[in-house]
Design a protein around this ligand. Structure first.
Ligand SMILES: NC(=O)c1ccc[n+]([C@@H]2O[C@H](COP(=O)([O-])OP(=O)(O)OC[C@H]3O[C@@H](n4cnc5c(N)ncnc54)[C@H](O)[C@@H]3O)[C@@H](O)[C@H]2O)c1
Length: 269
């Protein structure tokens, strides 16, 4: 078991990638703190974690509030004695063209998706620094390495998450606390469900991935659990793309001729 006896917090653990990470961490032996604003969905995750034979607590909170982040760390230590890792996944997306993006929507996405990542990592990180060990994982996106048009402040928050992972790794690495970032590709979750409900869009989204399919939340959770574990003991300030190759696939969609002069047939996969 990769996380036997460890205590892991997952923000946004009530749904999607966060939920998959809670369940996989539990199956690998972790105690899990599900930190989310949605108590009902968090209770569903709690049931799934307990079905793995693990212990779970729910921390109903708003990750963008410093007082909530501190309470998250305090309640986790109270329940399980310490904190060994945190995955920051909570997000609220507000799509918008840049010219229409309101100050309120910019603040909301940055507050949850970037400031909230910092506040939760700081609160949990203080406990990890005290014990001299820990692992912090930020969920970014391929939208953090490529500008995601029409997604409002999303790409900016996600690019910031990568730098936050680097900063944690550089600043706390010599005190036993590693910081890393996972950048998922396209994953059907409640956040993206409406998009994937359209068969034409779903097929088109799969077609732009070199592997010919979109990913599953569990495939992102695998990377998170590995980074949380001691098996990733020398991985620090790294960004791991888990996207089927999508972020590197631009040439696949670029018309042209091959070196022999033969016209390249455009092929989705
Ligand atoms: N689904 C994808 O295709 C995809 C791709 C790349 C990156 N990501 C990233 O993965 C992470 C998880 O996304 P998902 O698709 O699982 O989304 P999701 O909507 O299924 O889950 C997000 C969770 O965050 C919680 N949340 C929202 N605001 C909160 C707040 N203020 N405080 C506490 N909790 C809050 C929600 O209640 C929900 O449980 C996000 O950081 C997202 O940007 C997702």
């Amino acid at each position: 078991m990769m996380l036997k006896g460890k205590t892991i917090i997952v923000t946004g653990g009530a749904s999607g990638i966060g939920r998959a990470t809670c369940v996989l961490a539990a199956s690998e032996g972790a105690n899990v703190a599900i930190a989310d604003i949605n108590k009902e969905l968090a209770e569903e995750t709690q049931g799934l974690v307990e079905a793995e034979g693990a212990k779970a607590i729910i921390i109903e909170m708003d990750t963008s509030k410093a007082a909530d982040a501190k309470r998250m760390a305090d309640e986790t230590v109270k329940a399980f004695g310490t904190i060994d890792g945190i995955v920051c996944s909570a997000i609220k997306l507000k799509p918008s063209a840049l010219e229409d993006l309101s100050e309120e929507d910019w603040d909301m996405v940055i507050d949850i998706g970037l400031k909230g990542y910092f506040l939760c990592a700081q609160a949990a990180g203080r406990v990890m620094l005290e014990q001299g060990s820990g692992s912090i994982v930020f969920i970014s996106s391929i939208g953090g390495v490529q500008a995601y048009n029409g997604a409002g402040a999303y790409s900016v928050a996600k690019a910031g998450a990568i730098m936050l992972g680097n900063l944690v790794g550089v600043e706390w690495g010599n005190r036993g606390v590693r910081g890393n970032t996972v950048a998922p590709g396209q994953i059907p979750t409640p956040m993206t469900a409406a998009m994937f409900a359209d068969p034409e869009i779903a097929a088109g989204r799969a077609a732009v991935v070199p592997m010919g399919r979109v990913g599953e939340a569990n495939e992102i959770a695998e990377a998170c659990v590995w980074l949380l574990s001691d098996r990733a003991s020398y991985v620090n300030a790294a960004t791991i793309k888990v996207d089927g190759g999508q972020a590197e696939s631009k040439m696949m969609h670029t018309p042209g001729r091959n070196w022999g002069g033969k016209k390249i047939q455009y092929k989705a996969n």
